[in-house]
Design a protein around this ligand. Structure first.
Ligand code: AGP
Length: 608
């Protein structure tokens, strides 16, 4: 996704903007640019490729002397990656510069309108429409021009704007795409995400939809679309800039894989007091919990995989029917939501466009919505009726690991908590489950100690063309996640199959030497899984087995076996996922790929 940073203050702006943009590289981009106000002119520099091209062009920003500016990393949506399509975009007189994250859905009709009125376009982007519209509506009052543009434009946008004849001022607007404001000693910032400015301040304001920001070196003002000034509360960010650094690991992904014991601990322990699960943050009384008749779980990508796994746990423990949906499907399928439903949307970033839309769809149908979110103050956190934060800390690598694990942990807590209140489990079982939840971080830590075997095995299969993952029940849920991890960072084709489905077609894909990873952590499905693994082995597959210590019979079938510690079967995914994350990571490393910033991907998909 595109990244935006803006600054106005008492230091040279360009170096601060470039530094801030470097902290947003994880969002994925293909070009970058700056607009700096110098001697009441707007100096615009843009470059295709990585940020270092822009750094080289501007001597790390030192060649641009102004103290006020905006910067952008572009993840191409409309128009190829090129200098001409890179942001900032300007009006013809170069007196207005704008950077944009999002998609202007009606940009074609607006472009035609503007061209009819004599405007010429230099780029293929939707964003350039905004620069010319601002020009058309501007007669000296930026707020007037901005609100008129907001009235004309449909779609999603976070904007940073400079007006040449308002020196020292940065303007920003937000609708659906994320935008924060940071108040620092050396001045004030706008940014798409916290890591961009955390080095300078922990004091941030979260800009809500349809809010406008006007800031200079000393003041920050917020307005609504009626141009009325509004008061906003400042939030102090709890984590520090180092948390968003690599701390000596080669990649953020490996660091975040190793942070999982702590992340899961930080998510679980505040919710277990004196042996009891406490969850006031759900905002639901015990009576309301007893009345829930159906749960809908919604997410995208790995968050969707959490839903797929959590469904088995939630239904088994609470006996509440659970439906699982991809957010991009839910939002358009005219869903039928039962009375007394609980909708749970899961998102690391809290800014995924499809998940936000699904949340709004559910709310418009009268459902109560709970958000399980990692980024404090994100859109989903603020739009859900209640939010259950996962305390994973900042997750920088595009491929999620620790956030996934903490989302699973959050779902376990809810399931066990609901089951106790609804009395669908015995008290003794409840306390056993609570005890085992507390043991998970240590068990995850144990697996991390086994990475060398997995690294060796990953190197053996790094040149594979196809790799399949199979599992039953919860192990099918984790197969989906293992397959996605591998695909998104190694670019190897992979599929995850419910093992019982193999004979319905997909087994035709199995040929000699193809790696099939069979996951068998569920006691009541173990024998069936072994049969499925024998089926594919007899057709030439090379088998990796992933199971719990004690199931040594796996070695009679699998060519290579990875063991994880025994745990409550409901929590097994939290352990099985670790070897799968490490496998994907080491395959990608062996292939010499950019693990943290895989091609074509973004950390948060804030557009449809
Ligand atoms: C997972 O590794 C991917 N980065 C992607 O599937 C991600 O899980 C998905 O885009 C959802 O993101 P969110 O959790 O921020 O909503």
């Amino acid at each position: 996704m595109c990244g935006i940073v803006g600054y106005t203050g008492y230091e040279q702006a360009a170096p601060l903007l470039i530094d801030g943009l470097s902290k947003l590289e994880y969002r994925g981009y293909d070009s970058a640019g700056l607009a700096i106000e110098e001697k009441e002119k707007l100096e615009v520099v843009r470059a295709k490729g990585r940020l270092r091209v822009l750094e080289e062009m501007t001597d790390n920003g030192r060649a641009l002397h102004g103290f006020c500016g905006i910067g952008h990393t572009r993840w191409a949506t409309h128009g190829v990656p090129s200098v001409g399509n890179a942001h900032p975009h300007c009006n013809a007189k170069k007196t207005i510069a704008v950077v944009h994250n999002g998609i202007i859905e009606n940009y074609q009709s607006l472009k035609e309108y503007l061209e009819k009125n004599g405007y010429h376009f230099e780029s293929e982007t939707d964003t350039e429409v905004i620069a010319h519209l601002l020009d058309r509506y501007y007669s000296g009052d930026p707020l007037e021009a901005i609100t008129k543009v907001m009235a004309r434009v449909t779609g999603s946008y976070a904007l940073g704007i400079l007006f040449q004849d308002h020196p020292g001022k940065v303007f920003a607007v937000r609708k659906d795409s994320p935008m924060i404001v940071g108040s620092a000693e050396q001045g004030n910032f706008i940014a798409s995400d916290i890591p961009a400015i955390l080095k300078y301040t922990k004091n941030v304001y979260f800009v809500n939809n349809m809010e406008i920001v006007c800031m200079d070196a000393d003041t920050i003002h917020f307005y609504n679309v009626d141009k009325e000034e509004i008061e906003k509360e400042m939030t102090t960010i709890s984590w520090n800039a180092e948390a968003a650094e690599k701390d000596g690991y080669e990649h953020f992904m490996l660091k975040e894989i190793y942070e999982q014991p702590k992340a899961v601990q930080d998510t679980i322990s505040p919710r277990i007091k004196e042996g009891e699960i406490v969850m006031e943050e759900l905002g639901m009384s015990e009576e309301e919990i007893r009345q829930i008749r159906r749960i809908y779980m919604i997410g995208c990508g790995s968050a969707y995989h959490v839903c797929m796994s959590a469904r088995y746990v939630m239904e088994a423990l609470t006996r509440i029917p659970v439906e699982v949906d991809l957010a991009s499907e839910f939002r358009y399928r005219d869903p039928i939501l039962e009375e007394d439903s609980l909708v749970i949307v899961i998102s690391q970033s809290g800014e995924t466009a499809d998940t936000i839309a699904a949340l709004k769809e559910a709310k418009s149908r009268g459902a109560r919505v709970l958000g399980i979110v990692n980024v404090v103050g994100s859109s989903i956190a603020r739009e859900a009726d209640n939010v259950l934060y996962t305390w994973a800390g900042p997750e920088i690598s595009v491929a999620t690991t620790k956030a996934y694990s903490t989302q699973l942990a959050a779902c376990y807590l809810i399931s066990v908590y609901f089951a106790k209140i609804r009395q669908t489990i015995k008290e003794e079982k409840y306390y056993d489950l609570v005890e085992e939840l507390k043991n998970l971080p240590e068990k995850i830590q144990q697996i991390l100690g086994d990475k060398e075997r997995i690294q060796w095995f990953a190197n053996k299969f790094a040149s594979s063309k196809d790799i399949f993952f199979i599992g039953r029940g919860l192990d099918y849920g984790i197969s989906l996640e293992g397959s996605l991890k591998l695909k998104e960072i190694s670019y190897i084709h992979s599929e995850a199959y419910a093992a019982g489905e193999l004979k319905h077609g997909t087994i035709s894909l199995i040929e000699k030497g193809i790696l099939v990873i069979g996951i068998a952590t569920q006691p009541d499905l173990y024998d069936k899984m072994i049969s499925n693994m024998v089926e594919v082995k007899s057709r030439g597959a090379y088998l990796m087995g992933l199971t719990c210590y004690g199931n040594y019979s796996m070695e009679d079938t699998a060519n290579f076996t990875v063991y994880v510690p025994k745990t409550e079967k409901y929590f097994a995914n939290s352990l099985a996922v670790i070897p799968l994350q490490l496998f994907a990571y080491y395959v990608a490393i062996a292939r010499g790929l950019d693990v943290d910033k895989p091609r074509n991907l973004a950390k948060s998909v804030t557009v449809e």
